[in-house]
Design a protein around this ligand. Structure first.
Ligand SMILES: NC(=O)c1ccc[n+]([C@@H]2O[C@H](COP(=O)([O-])OP(=O)(O)OC[C@H]3O[C@@H](n4cnc5c(N)ncnc54)[C@H](OP(=O)(O)O)[C@@H]3O)[C@@H](O)[C@H]2O)c1
Length: 322
């Protein structure tokens, strides 16, 4: 099968379109024919090996898993003996190890069956970004219906899902993005949109929660922009070569130690339950992926380069089966 793989940490120039042996399922796993994948900043971290902390899990000197890609949608072609809840022929989506490939192996528990009406591209756009948005709002912001949320980075993969989910949860959304995306974020349901290129993000308004996908504002300003009892949800901080954004999480923890306001950071966990909860929003017409660009598998390095600009608009897809 063909894959997009690399043997060394580095830029997207390291990614090669090459042959690899077909995967076989280990205990609890299935193999799927990949129809579509999507790109996340996670793939960039795994490709560059930065921040250096990721190498503790991904391989100290070189990547242990050489095929990149995580988000996936496709058709099951083989199941391990102990997998009883998925079968050959099922259309599924979720997380796989190395989804920038014609076939990939995945834990059965990280996949969910897809509704018939959903395309592989739409399904592949969801896992990492939409689960992150869901967990950020539901588990960390924890704002009851009628409350307010500021979403910084509202036009990206996580942000476009977060705006829609927050609206579906009954929250009043203020989104932050650049001028060219203001109309799109408004169409997704934001009551107010701040263009960070011409307006101040921090303007004295106080919110019940802030979901921060970017890390562009000072921690002090974030704390001042919350009501008493409000939550600062750190999805991301400014990126660095070594430990960033961990320093921002530590800084926020210290800064929020006193008083009623909370700072919380988290790593999203993509499970079948979470994927199925997202499908509920999709089926009610409350959530849809915004697809920016689509690339063929052979051009996956270009797709990753585009995401590395930091200005993708919603999701970037890789179509493995045209
Ligand atoms: N904690 C977790 O488990 C978890 C999970 C997933 C992702 N993440 C992290 O969350 C971050 C967002 O992920 P993503 O998939 O949404 O990334 P993405 O799709 O690459 O985000 C791109 C978006 O960022 C916006 N942006 C860039 N600079 C901005 C600024 N100064 N202010 C406001 N918006 C700005 C851009 O909007 P404009 O073009 O309008 O500027 C663009 O639409 C990444 O750092 C990722 O590593 C964390």
């Amino acid at each position: 099968m063909k894959v997009i793989a690399h043997d060394r940490y580095g830029s997207a120039d390291e990614l090669e379109w090459r042959e690899a042996p077909d995967p076989t399922p280990g205990p609890g796993q299935v193999v799927l024919d990949v129809h579509a994948a999507s790109v996340n900043p996670l793939d960039v971290h795994m490709m560059t090996g930065t921040p250096m902390l990721v190498r503790l899990g991904a391989g100290l000197r070189r990547p242990k898993l050489t095929v990149r890609g995580a988000d996936v949608a496709g058709v099951v072609t083989a199941v391990a003996d102990d997998v009883t809840d998925l079968a050959v022929g099922d259309r599924v989506f979720g997380m796989a190890r190395g989804s920038f490939a014609e076939r990939a192996v995945a834990s059965a528990g990280a996949l969910a069956p897809m509704p018939d009406a959903m395309s592989f591209g739409e399904a592949a756009a969801l896992p990492v970004a939409a689960v992150t948005a869901l967990q950020g709002l539901r588990d960390h912001a924890r704002v009851p219906a009628g409350g307010s949320v500021l979403i910084i980075g509202a036009a990206g993969g996580v942000g476009t899902f977060a705006v829609q989910l927050a609206v579906a949860m009954g929250l009043e959304v203020t989104g932050v993005c650049s001028a060219r995306n203001v109309e799109m974020v408004r169409e997704l349901g934001a009551a107010r949109v701040i263009d960070y290129t011409s307006e101040a993000v921090v303007d004295g308004t106080r919110y019940d929660a802030i979901v921060d996908n970017i890390g562009s504002q000072s921690i002090g300003d974030m704390k001042r922009s919350l009501v008493d009892g409000g939550a600062f949800v750190i999805v991301s901080g400014k990126k660095g070569r070594f430990i960033r954004p961990v320093d921002r999480v530590v800084g926020a923890t210290l800064r929020f130690a006193l008083g009623s306001k909370r700072a919380e950071s988290f790593t999203a966990k993509e499970t079948r339950d979470e994927l199925q909860e997202l499908l509920g929003y999709v089926e009610r017409g409350e959530l849809r992926p915004v697809i920016d660009r689509r690339y063929a598998l052979a051009d996956a390095a270009e797709a990753v380069r585009y995401v590395m600009t930091g200005h993708a608009r919603g999701k970037v897809l890789i179509d493995v089966v045209a």
